[in-house]
Design a protein around this ligand. Structure first.
Ligand SMILES: Nc1ncnc2c1ncn2[C@@H]1O[C@H](COP(=O)(O)OP(=O)(O)OP(=O)(O)O)[C@@H](O)[C@H]1O
Ligand code: SF4
Ligand SMILES: [Mg+2]
Length: 405
């Protein structure tokens, strides 16, 4: 009999099977950390059923627009995430990578999304672009309302075929590693021109080149004519990231998603790229969703901050709220773990423990096992989001009443 290391299981049926395996003598109890071939088959069967249904929904063609037309809660927002759930149907069970995320991205503002590795920052942004790795990755429920000006679409309900209305036209993405985001066998000019050919009908080769050179100038590339003819490997890391930003800007997106745009760069180039993003935001009046695990980057750039932990938003507010008055013990821990210039410490603070397994989240606060302030109440159900001021909310039993009350 073959065994896979077991993390846990999602469907009720499978959980029962593993409980059965765990009952009885000590040997059997040890076996409860593994899934048997039978359990694996049950997980696979259950996954296949759910994924088939979700894929069928996503692959529909000729879907009337009315099915995914929606209304923004606030017209001043470009995007509104509401109770978004994006799961991965894996061989070990259902991994709840994004587990009920809600936040807004206001027009013309920078929203920083921060949290430790694996907390669901990228999956949240990939959900917005419908780029989650299918078929195992699926938006299961919730809404992602995107404001197109005269109307709004709910991306969570849109079929893939309609996404070309949003992706690249209204929202663009800057990826973490420019070398993998660019195609090594085509010149920079070819790769930027291609966006214009795809998005602007009837554009000539000369016009596309002119626009590309303009963009390369905008992103601060010296000698754009030369870079136009260069291949990605001939450029430095900073220049490559500028090219990736130019591609993202090629269609004047209303929203730019920058997923760790500076992580692969050295410190001086990092600050140049952040400065560039700031300038672009001012020039083009786009909104930016800035994803990073670096609080320093968020402090420099963001108007609003969303703190994520284990697939959920644990705190959100203006940058001032989060930096001057952090409330959630996780946010406080994150800030304490940041090195401060001229402040000597023997050892940097670190939050003890680790994130719970996304396949088997506990029924209580996900941070409880690492929280020094946990109280009796914290053993109860997951804390609701509580509004502590007009702009500041936190999901923790240490604060106020339910946000929705
Ligand atoms: N293709 C996939 N298959 C299965 N699980 C995945 C897949 N992609 C992501 N996940 C899981 O989803 C969770 C969230 O991942 P995500 O990439 O959003 O993290 P992140 O916050 O962006 O982390 P990082 O800071 O390291 O980029 C993680 O637990 C990850 O293991
Ligand atoms: S709800 Fe309790 S365990 Fe969770 S962060 Fe707040 S104090 Fe800590
Ligand atoms: Mg990521």
């Amino acid at each position: 009999m073959s065994f896979l290391k077991k993390s846990a299981s999602e469907p009720g049926k499978v959980r029962k099977a593993s409980e059965k395996a765990g009952s009885g003598n000590a040997k059997k109890k040890d076996a409860s950390h593994y899934i048997s071939a039978k359990e694996a088959r049950e997980i696979a069967r259950s996954n296949a059923k759910e994924v088939r249904a979700l894929e069928k929904f996503r692959k529909r063609r000729n879907v009337p627009e009315s099915e995914y037309l929606t209304q923004m809660r606030d017209e001043n927002n470009i995007v509104e995430f509401e109770d978004l759930h994006t799961y991965f149907f894996t061989d070990l069970g259902v991994s709840k990578a994004v587990n009920g995320v809600s936040f807004d991205v206001p027009k013309g503002k920078v929203v920083g999304i921060v949290g430790e590795s694996g907390c669901g920052k990228s999956v949240t942004s990939m959900s917005l672009m419908q780029l989650v790795q299918a078929p195992q990755g699926q938006i299961v429920s919730g809404s992602i309302r995107f404001n197109l000006g005269d109307k709004a679409y709910d991306i969570a309900k849109m079929p893939r075929s309609a996404m070309c209305e949003i992706r690249g036209k209204q929202a663009a993405m800057i990826f973490q590693e420019p070398m993998t985001a660019l195609n090594p066998v085509f010149t920079v000019g070819y790769q930027i021109d291609e966006v214009f050919f795809l998005r602007k009908e009837g554009i000539s080769k000369e016009e596309a080149k002119e626009k590309t050179i303009e963009l390369l100038n905008l992103v601060g590339i010296a000698m754009p004519e030369r870079v136009y003819k260069s291949y990605p490997h001939e450029l430095s890391g900073g220049m490559r990231q500028r090219v990736v930003i130019a591609i993202a800007l090629a269609c004047d997106p209303k929203l730019i998603i920058a997923d760790e745009p500076t992580t692969a760069l050295d410190v001086t180039i990092q600050s140049q790229i952040l400065e560039l993003l700031r300038e672009i935001r001012e020039k083009l009046d786009s909104s930016i969703m800035l994803i990073t695990h670096d609080l320093g980057v968020i402090a420099q750039m963001a108007d609003y901050v969303v703190v994520m932990y284990a697939g959920r938003v644990v705190e959100k507010g203006t940058a001032h709220d989060i930096f001057k008055n952090p409330l959630h013990p996780y946010t406080i821990g994150l800030q304490k773990s940041k090195p401060v210039v001229n402040h000597e410490v023997e050892r940097l603070y670190s939050i003890e423990g680790s994130v719970p397994n996304p396949i088997d989240m506990p029924p209580f606060c996900y941070f409880r096992d690492r929280c020094s302030r946990a109280c009796e109440k914290c053993a109860g159900e997951y804390p609701a989001m509580v509004k502590v001021s007009e702009t500041h909310s936190v999901a923790c039993y240490l604060y106020g009443e339910d946000e929705n009350k």
